[in-house]
Design a binder for this molecule. Sequence first.
Ligand SMILES: [Zn+2]
Length: 76
Amino acid sequence: MVVKRFIAGAVCPKCGLMDKIVNYQDDTKNYRECVSCGYKDEILIKPVQRELETRVNTTEEEKKAAVQVLNFPPKT
Ligand SMILES: [Zn+2]
């Protein structure tokens, strides 16, 4: 199933109309397409997604470490 979403404020590089660009993806690639003139382009965003995942994982690790410190206070 292909879900197409309009990109707010996006301007078509071919016909110049705003809010006519939809974004959708198939199995492996992302595309943007103009519903007005039929312009279609591939969007390469894979490397960005990997970078974000790495940052999220790092943040979760840091949270766990912080919680562990709080759960084991030295008893005096
Ligand atoms: Zn267009």
